[in-house]
Design a protein. Structure first.
Length: 748
């Protein structure tokens, strides 16, 4: 640790990659790119300002109204009172004990969604879950805002765990470079998003691969509302958001009517095509899903659809689908339909052909390294079996006891009295934040560990100041990357911040579970022990990893992990012999029709893929809300992290809204104008940027701003989640519908 005047330079790791930092006099004074990274992220530039920012939580703090009267009303407006650690921990532990005594552990919500920071041991989710398990468990959450919908629907279609399929089985970039002739990207593949990867990404290589694709004359087509969703050297088919399923159906219709369907593949490897075909051809509902039918829905022309279908059938084609398509109402449909379309093309199981999900969503997809899992801090068992779909938190808080459907089961929402959050910012990430804010008043107590006074910390009752990764020792490593980092404690904890581990150890001790949580060890004892186990497992896989002292000395090493050869092709063994290597579906085949899903009887997710228009899309535009809002991930940061320091920079806040000149002109809007973006759910400010790279009728406002003003007034910094809808994708998956929203935009 450097707290003297001497300058020291070290490398550390983060979700957005490795970077070098200078430390002088106990402060981080500069951050620079890590030399081996060909396309480093610029996110670390803001780090020195953010780490020492005035918005750090300096001391344990309790909201005045809660401390004095246990009232719930002042969340977001009350002042906080700073207390000594022992006193604050005593009060928090007593409250946790009271809730457990009166309502049981089923009244504690510890779903605690969020990315927190990189670093294997101090991973906030593992810490909070282990703590809550050590005291009798908590209500957990299933899935993620990223892929919750796909995680529920895709096992019905392919019989695999969706994330395992993406991370461990999908074709690597090198296979695409070698074999793919046509790359059809629904929702694009964006190096901006590939900037980050959970746990870290060291060599940012998405751009490099697309340059390679261009050299090989691969036809790369980005289908979606924004040209910028794919590298500049890709073609663009502008599409109305939420209409991909209609386009895919029309492509399927062309294949079927022009004799281009691979019926041999369908017969060998799929079930249910005949039932789906009747819908496709219009035999069940009188509407053939032809290019003429789809063109006005999608906002394209029938001939474009026909020629694309022919090209896809004539060349080695990989269909890729961005995660954004399932982060929308009926997000199950484009996922299921893309699998169906790929099956009809008959290329599933061929290298560089078939289907792939989430390339570019995070930088690790497509890197295709072999094996070697990261070191993990065990979370213990959760005796409470209640689990809600992660994005249904608002409904859960609003409707305790109400029955809800989820993937074939019907269950009551638990009655939550205590929320315990570490490493996430629901007041950035959840939809319809004005409604969440109302629901947030229901629990008796809200406990948050945070390094910064985020929108969520400001609306908690008890806030414990947490360290950042730069203030504690850890190991940096992602399963999708081939580097290993020692992350040294670069600076002392800021203010009175403590590691999540020590905060939870303090609470657990007061609740009589100290030994269960800590196992009798400090973090300085856990890290060498977990690392030694990791090193042993690596050795079993034939990968030599330096011992901890050597890693500490070297700071980082590139591990001798191999990329998969071209023989890793998604579903290749299944294609070769579907009887010998069946899928995990009930039929052992790709299910174009699923008896299981049909058996649930959901009208919002029937037994085969269908076109179901969402409640809000351009086909349902109104005078009050005529524009479709997409809210993509921010380019200059990771979600809401480092927000307070970024917001200090000129021109960063309010956030920038991209709008087409045809939509700007009638509203008198020019680039740089201050805007009011609004609908019936809320309003926020934004700064206009005119672009012809967005489809007319669509506006894009990235996530990342913290929620400012409660109560439905205008959110000052431009958080799109005051405008988005808080509904599940369907009763099947109950995923987040963040990309489903209509809005109006006016000059402020
Ligand atoms: N409209 C719209 N909304 C969306 C999306 C969208 O596409 N559109 N996308 C959704 C998706 S996919 C996601 S993943 C979510 C992201 O939402 P979140 O994951 O909640 O966002 P983050 O800002 O990464 O939150 C991490 C928090 O952890 C804190 N933190 C960092 N390190 C530590 C630590 O060591 N200890 C503790 N205690 N805290 C720490 C950070 O300061 C930060 O406040 O947003 C979702 N919301
Ligand atoms: N820099 C940076 N990178 C990130 C993150 C970050 O915060 N910052 N967050 C990471 C996380 S947690 C995740 S989950 C991934 C998310 O990765 P994705 O889900 O792929 O990303 P999004 O940014 O939500 O959306 C990508 C694009 O989809 C398009 N889109 C929206 N709706 C539709 C539609 O109906 N049809 C089509 N065809 N296109 C549509 C929009 O134009 C949008 O720009 O990104 C990761 N990468
Ligand atoms: Mo995500």
């Amino acid at each position: 640790m450097a707290d003297g005047p001497l300058k020291e330079t070290k490398v550390t790791s983060s979700h957005w990659g490795a970077f070098e930092v200078d430390v002088e006099g106990g402060r981080i004074t500069a951050a620079r790119p890590f030399a081996p990274d060909p396309h480093p992220s610029a996110i670390p530039d803001i780090l020195p300002a953010a780490i020492h920012h005035r918005s750090r939580v300096a001391r344990p703090s309790i909201r005045r109204g809660w401390l004095e009267r246990r009232d719930r009303q002042g969340r977001g407006s009350d002042e906080f009172i700073a207390l000594p650690w022992d006193e604050a921990l005593d009060i928090a532990a007593e409250e946790i004990a009271r809730i457990r005594r009166t309502h049981g552990n089923e009244a504690i919500f510890g779903g605690s969604y969020g990315w927190s920071s990189a670093g294997r041991f101090h991973h906030a989710q593992s810490q909070v879950h282990r703590f809550l398990n050590s005291i009798g468990g908590y209500v957990a959450s299933f899935g993620s805002y990223s892929t919750g919908c796909a995680q529920s629907i895709m096992p019905h279609v392919f019989g695999v765990n969706f994330l395992t399929m993406l991370y461990e089985h999908q074709d690597g970039w090198h296979t695409l470079a070698e074999h793919t002739e046509t790359l059809v990207m629904f929702g694009g593949i964006n190096p901006k998003n590939a900037q980050v990867s959970m746990g870290g990404i060291t060599e940012h290589d998405t751009r490099t691969w697309f340059d390679r694709f261009a050299e090989k004359d691969m036809h790369c087509l980005n289908i979606g509302p924004q040209r910028s969703d794919a590298p500049e050297n890709c073609a663009w088919l502008p599409l109305k958001p939420a209409t991909d399923t209609a386009l895919m159906l029309a492509l399927a219709h062309v294949l079927e009517t022009e004799g281009l369907t691979d019926h041999a593949f369908l017969a060998r490897c799929t079930v249910g095509f005949d039932r789906f075909r009747r819908y496709l051809m219009g035999e069940t509902d009188g509407i053939p899903k032809s290019p003429d039918w789809a063109a006005p829905i999608c906002g394209t022309d029938p001939e474009t659809i026909r020629s694309l279908a022919r090209r896809m059938a004539a060349t080695r084609t990989l269909i890729t689908v961005a995660w954004s398509l399932q982060r929308a109402e009926h997000g199950e449909q484009p996922y299921w339909m893309s699998a169906t379309l790929a099956a009809m093309l008959g290329q599933i199981g061929l290298p560089g052909g078939g289907i792939g999900y989430g390339y570019g969503a995070i930088g690790g997809v497509g890197k295709s390294f072999l094996g070697l899992r990261g070191m993990t801090f065990p979370q213990l068992d959760n005796p409470v079996r209640k689990v809600i779909p992660v994005a249904r938190i608002g409904d859960m808080l609003r409707n305790p006891g109400a029955l809800y459907d989820f993937n074939g089961r019907r269950e009551p929402y638990p009655d939550i009295r205590l929320i315990c959050w570490a490493g996430g910012n629901p007041y950035h990430h959840h939809q319809d934040l004005n409604a969440l804010h109302e629901a947030w008043q229901k629990p008796e107590t809200i406990l948050v560990n945070e390094p910064w006074w985020t929108a969520t910390a400001k609306r908690a009752d008890i806030v414990f100041p947490a360290t950042t990764p730069y203030e504690r020792e850890d190991i940096g490593r992602s399963n999708l990357d081939d580097y290993l980092f020692h992350m040294p404690a670069l600076i002392p904890p800021q203010g009175e911040a403590r590691d999540d581990y020590d905060i939870f150890a303090g609470l657990a001790a007061r609740l009589g579970a100290g030994e269960v949580f800590t196992g009798g060890k400090t973090s300085a004892e856990w890290i060498p022990e977990l690392y030694a186990e990791y090193r042993r497992l690596a050795a079993e896989e034939g990968i030599e990893v330096p011992d901890l002292d050597e890693l500490r000395g070297r700071n980082w090493v590139k591990l001798p992990i191999r990329r998969d050869g071209p023989n890793r092709t998604l579903f290749a063994p299944f294609r070769e012999d579907p009887d010998a290597a069946p899928l995990g579906t009930p039929s052992g085949r790709i299910e174009i029709f699923s008896e299981t899903v049909a058996g649930f009887g959901y009208d919002d997710c029937p037994g085969h893929p269908v076109w179901l228009p969402p409640a809000e899309w351009l086909g349902a535009a109104t005078e009050a809300a005529p524009l479709h809002l997409v809210s993509p991930q921010p380019g200059d940061k990771l979600h809401s992290q480092l927000e307070s320091a970024l917001a200090d920079l000129p021109g960063v806040r309010p956030a920038t809204l991209v709008i087409h000149p045809d939509d700007a002109a009638p509203r008198g809007i020019a680039t740089g104008d201050l805007l009011r973006v609004h609908n019936a759910r809320g309003a926020c400010r934004a700064r206009a940027a005119l672009s012809d790279g967005i489809r007319p009728g669509v506006v894009a406002l990235p996530t990342g701003a913290w929620y400012g003003d409660p109560g439905g007034n205008i959110d000052p910094d431009g958080n799109p989640n005051v405008l988005t809808r808080d509904v599940g994708t369907s009763r099947l998956a109950q995923g987040s519908s963040a990309h489903t929203a209509l809005v109006e935009v006016a000059k402020l």
